[in-house]
Design a protein around this ligand. Structure first.
Ligand code: XMP
Length: 519
């Protein structure tokens, strides 16, 4: 299903940088639609007539070798303004006769001071007295391409920003999409509004009607099934499809028993009674617990949960006649990540809660109404559909649920202990207005028992680990820096109220090298 074919856009050609997604985020935050494609897709792209500007991303390739990633020169002949970032700048320079050199001595990584040489539309209001940009490169342009001018330089590189203002082709060696570049957004603003002259008309809430109409048009009189977990993505999908086709949407909620305390009951009631969705509830917690007995290997846990979920969902959906579609909450990052920048079709299906594998087995067609959106945009869409803030603003929750937050083997007792601790943690984050400042927070139960003393008695109980991170998209993360008072309070509260825990630790690792979840 294709959405919103008619909109003006900025095209981002992805050469494989880790941060290409951020370019699209920055542009969409400026209310302009941005789409990411691979260099291979750029060759035969269907709607260049709607493209008001092209951004060439960074990437690991090097133009100093004989073979390097590129795009056909015809793209440059379309007279669409172009901005090259890092590798994008080097590629432009190479294609226009400049010289690029690889030099370990001159490489720049991290925050770097940049100095203005000339005025440019691209850098209007960008420079301040101590302009810091974020660099990550070893190759550098050492000779200007023909008809280009140098706009700015750093200590190591003379050609950090270049332009051919007549052809509207620009290049920057640093990464304006990364927040470490001060004022990086100004580069995008200037490129979009002064150079490409695109209008800031795109916003997610206004896409709602279009998405709903598209679902109506696709589904017509058929039935749609949807696995509703209560997370943001599946909730928004269900509400959108419900708005489009009402009772012909059947939502199945499989209770794995591995959700946060009371979350499943609350979500079920909300969708059934407040949003009036057609929801079928399957209580499968005993089966999940049985299958997970004595399993401590993280990958085995994930596989068992994923397969069992699919089996149950398939069984239940077979009971409903004439289903043609499966609606699922695939997001834009899932789509981007499933394509490599070389265009190979190494399609990756996300974890089980997107019920990957089902459509093939069950012969269902897919509806993915969120596949052009980022998570934050889905949250906004959710709010505009009347989804309560405690769902639309909810932290991400992994498909395998608490099973991967109980390290080692899983028992009902451990699930209950963890649910209590997690509830206290989340409650306190809300009480202290911290919840919305954190990207994801949770409690985990470590399989370590240690000695404690409560009153006059010795205790020998589990250790609770608290994790709270800030992040942009879960790919990298930093631990959240709580005030000491908060940590004191939360530790006391959990130990005093949760029987089974006598020690609380706070995880201060970042991703990488750690991950957000423990398993
Ligand atoms: P990691 O642990 O890889 O997690 O740093 C990154 C983000 O992904 C979530 N996550 C999952 N989400 N099914 C999901 O739907 C899964 O199996 C899964 N594993 C991790 C994790 O909670 C974090 O937000």
């Amino acid at each position: 299903m294709q959405f919103q074919k008619e909109k003006e856009k900025i095209l981002i050609i992805d050469f494989g940088s880790q941060v290409t997604k951020l370019i699209a985020r920055r542009i969409r935050d400026l209310k302009v639609y941005a789409e990411i494609i691979t260099p291979l897709e750029a060759k035969n792209y269907h709607s260049y007539n709607l493209v008001k500007g092209i951004i060439l991303s960074g990437g690991p390739s090097t133009v100093t070798k004989n073979k390097f990633q590129s795009i056909p020169k015809q793209i440059f002949k379309r007279k669409i303004p172009i901005l090259g970032i890092c590798y994008g700048l080097q590629l432009i320079s190479k294609l226009y006769g400049g010289k690029i050199k690889s030099s370990k001595k001159k490489r720049e990584f991290g925050k770097t001071l940049i100095f203005k040489k000339k005025n440019s539309l691209l850098t209007k209001n960008f420079f301040n007295s101590n302009q810091v940009v974020w660099m990550s490169h070893e190759d550098a342009v050492v000779k200007l391409p023909k008809n280009f001018t140098s706009i700015a330089y750093t200590k190591s590189s003379n050609l950090t920003i270049i332009e051919n203002s007549k052809a509207k082709i620009y290049g920057v060696q640093f990464h304006p999409e990364v927040t470490h570049t001060n004022n990086g957004n100004q580069i995008f603003k200037n490129f979009l509004f002064l150079i490409c002259k695109i209008k800031d008309k795109w916003n997610i809430a206004s896409q709602k009607t279009k998405i709903i109409q598209e679902i109506k048009k696709t589904v017509k009189k058929d039935k749609v099934i949807c696995a509703l977990s209560g997370g943001v993505d599946s909730s928004v999908v269900a509400l959108l499809v419900n708005k489009a086709i009402k009772k012909k949407l059947i939502c199945i909620m499989v209770d794995t028993g591995l959700m946060r305390k009371n979350e499943f009951k609350y979500t079920y009631k909300l969708f059934k009674h407040t949003h009036k969705l057609n929801v079928k509830l399957i209580n499968a917690s005993n089966i999940f617990l049985k299958k997970l007995k004595n399993i401590s290997n993280p990958e085995k846990k994930r596989k068992i949960i994923g397969n069992l979920f699919i089996k149950i969902f398939e069984k239940e959906s077979k009971k409903i006649k004439n289903i043609k579609y499966l609606a699922q909450g695939t997001l834009y990052p899932d789509i981007i990540e499933s394509r490599s920048s070389t265009g190979s079709k190494t399609s990756k299906i996300k974890s089980h809660h997107n019920v990957g594998g089902l459509p093939k087995k069950m012969n269902l067609k897919l509806i993915e109404p969120l596949k052009e959106l980022f998570k934050d945009e889905v949250r906004v869409l959710g709010s505009s559909l009347g989804l309560f803030k405690n769902i639309s603003g909810r932290h991400p929750f992994p498909g395998p649920g608490l099973a991967i937050r109980i390290i080692g083997n899983i028992t009902l007792e451990k699930i209950k202990i963890l649910q209590e601790a997690d509830q206290i943690f989340i409650q306190e984050l809300n009480n202290h207005n911290l919840y919305n400042k954190i990207w994801q927070a949770y409690a985990a139960l470590l399989p370590i028992k240690t000695v404690g003393v409560m009153g006059d008695s010795r205790t020998y109980e589990y250790t609770c680990l608290l994790r709270a991170v800030t992040s942009e998209d879960g790919m990298t993360a930093d631990y959240f820096n709580f005030p000491k008072d908060f940590l004191d309070k939360i530790s006391n509260k959990i130990i005093n109220n949760v029987k089974g825990i006598n020690r609380v630790v706070y995880d201060i690792s970042s991703k990488p090298p750690s991950t957000i979840e423990l398993e």
